[in-house]
Design a binder for this molecule. Structure first.
Ligand code: GRF
Length: 202
């Protein structure tokens, strides 16, 4: 199976997927695409011998214009799966529909709680005693697609957003490659906006 991974920043989730999936069990990352040329994920891609491409979003204010450029670049690789790994842009409905059922995202919260940004701080401010991360299929609703896998982590009294972030990321690096593997094995799909695993609705 061919993957295209989209990043905007550090790319530690990309790294986990490279380490665990790339070149194994017929899984290949065909390209890593970033919207910013200084995204460290591009360096990680090159270090692994993977094509690293920038489709710069700077200076393009029109979302549809950007998304169609991005779509054209992605489609050059005819990927089976699009993996959003810290890609910090809201995608147009046209873009999302084009990859319906074959685009995954990881979001640092126990969805449906805390869609959007600053999730760690928001969980702390709310006095939550746990937080977590969710891998989900991407639908038109922001961070609203069906959840495939979630992990919980505790929030302790002396935690701050950074310490919770670190604890969450450790879990992200375990679960994202796992879900990518399931998808590539054909065990996972989306039907009627629901995630289905081994024929069972999750
Ligand atoms: C992750 O925490 C993910 O949940 C969120 O963005 C972050 C990306 O981190 N969508 P990295 O670039 O993979 O290190």
């Amino acid at each position: 199976k061919k993957l295209v991974v989209l990043v905007s920043g550090n790319g530690s989730n990309l790294q986990a997927i490279i380490d665990r999936c790339h070149g194994n069990n017929g899984i290949e990352i065909s390209a890593v695409i970033a919207n910013k040329e200084d995204a460290y994920g591009l360096t990680r891609a090159k270090d692994a011998g993977i094509e690293a491409v920038v489709v710069p979003s700077k200076g393009i204010s029109d979302r549809s214009q950007y998304d169609s450029q991005l779509m054209a670049t992605i489609d050059e690789y005819s990927p089976d799966l699009i993996v959003l790994a810290g890609f910090m842009r809201i995608l147009t409905p046209e873009f999302v529909r084009h990859y319906q059922g074959k685009m995954l995202n990881i979001h640092p919260s126990l969805l449906p709680k805390y869609t959007g940004l600053n999730t760690h701080q928001r969980a702390i401010d709310a006095g939550d005693d746990e937080h977590g991360t969710s891998v989900h299929f991407v639908t038109e609703e922001l961070d609203g697609g069906p959840v495939i896998l979630q992990t919980r982590v505790p929030i302790f009294e002396d935690d701050d957003a950074d310490s919770v972030f670190g604890r969450v990321q450790e879990q992200e690096h375990r679960i994202y490659p796992l879900v990518v593997e399931w998808f590539c094995q054909g065990r996972l799909n989306m039907a009627n906006d629901k995630a289905v695993m081994d024929g069972e609705v999750l």
